[in-house]
Design a protein around this ligand. Structure first.
Ligand code: ZN
Length: 309
């Protein structure tokens, strides 16, 4: 096996660690998953190193490949220490340095939204687009930009973090009376986009509107009763309001949606019309697409971090 042409990625999730070897065409050569060690940072380092060597051995490689890592958080540009990780054992750690030391290979790290957009722009739903905003709508809300062939990275390492922008005030004030606001966010701010558009945010909206638990099966099946129709209508209008702010600033060709809530098909039919009303233009040509690689975007994006060496 020609080792130099292969790419190695690891997705450090809160519940699973997944490693994959890709070839230059994005085909998965080897893949392996294990459970994430809980509150055990040294154990996690060992597990990642073992996964990498296991895959390399399975593929018949004799030299260590460079490693791309996908995490929910990111290294601070000031200290280099990890922050905002839901695998809390990672927070405050020098993950990149520690992995390089343990695995004796170069390591690059990107957060899950950056890996999603890199994966989808490379060989997924946004391939060949020059400007892409990748969105994660899941337990949390994140985002990342892929512009002119590379991830957009700035001095604060927060580009695309729209989940902690405030939801536009006029949209919040137009909500039905049952919906209490402002919603507190774990980041210390209020009415962050994440508090309304994440899975828990959607469930809270339904609970406050109707006094019952949301039925995600019903939402995905599109066989909606009146209560779920109302909840989803509010969710879609808030999603459009939040995305309109992104379009007015960056004007991406494609917005790719990933994460559990990206499986709601209604979003894709309703969003063009809703966005057209909210952006500063007489038309909205930005395309809204579902991520093609689903749960694999993290590990694929991590591997693509080394595509250009
Ligand atoms: Zn927040």
């Amino acid at each position: 096996m020609a080792g130099k042409s292969l790419l190695l990625g690891v997705d450090l999730g809160g519940t699973k660690v997944e490693a994959a070897l890709l070839d230059q065409k994005g085909r998965v050569i080897e893949r392996k998953r294990t459970a994430t060690p809980i509150d055990d940072y040294p154990g996690l380092l060992t597990q990642v190193c073992n996964l990498c060597t296991d895959l390399e051995n399975s593929a018949g490689l004799t030299t260590a490949l460079a490693l791309g890592i996908c995490t929910p958080g990111s290294p601070s540009p000031v200290t280099g220490l990890m922050r905002n990780c839901n695998s809390t054992a990672l927070n405050g750690q020098s993950l990149r340095e520690d992995l390089e030391k343990h695995s004796r290979r170069p390591v690059r790290i990107a957060n899950d939204a950056d890996c999603l957009v890199l994966s989808e722009a490379t060989d997924g739903a946004a391939r060949s687009a020059r400007s892409v905003f990748g969105v994660i709508l899941g337990t949390g809300v994140g985002g990342g930009f892929f512009i002119n062939g590379s991830l957009l990275q700035g001095p604060n390492a927060v580009s695309g973090e729209w989940g902690h922008n405030r939801m536009p005030l006029e949209r919040v004030q137009a909500l039905p009376d049952q919906l209490a606001y402002p919603r507190p966010c774990y980041c210390g701010r209020q009415d962050c986009v994440e508090t309304w558009l994440s899975g828990p945010g959607l469930a809270l909206t339904h609970q406050q509107l109707h006094g019952t638990c949301i039925d995600m099966q019903q939402i995905r099946s599109q066989q909606l009763d009146v209560k779920h129709q109302k909840t989803l209508s509010i969710y879609q209008s808030m999603l459009a309001a939040a995305l309109a702010g992104i379009i007015n600033i960056v004007d991406p060709e494609i917005i790719v949606l990933g994460g559990g809530l990206s499986n709601i098909d209604l979003i894709y039919s309703s969003m063009p019309k809703l966005l057209q009303r909210q952006i500063f233009s007489d038309t909205c040509r930005t395309q809204i697409r579902a991520a093609q690689h689903g749960d694999s975007s993290g590990v694929r994006g991590a591997a693509w971090l080394w595509q250009r060496g």
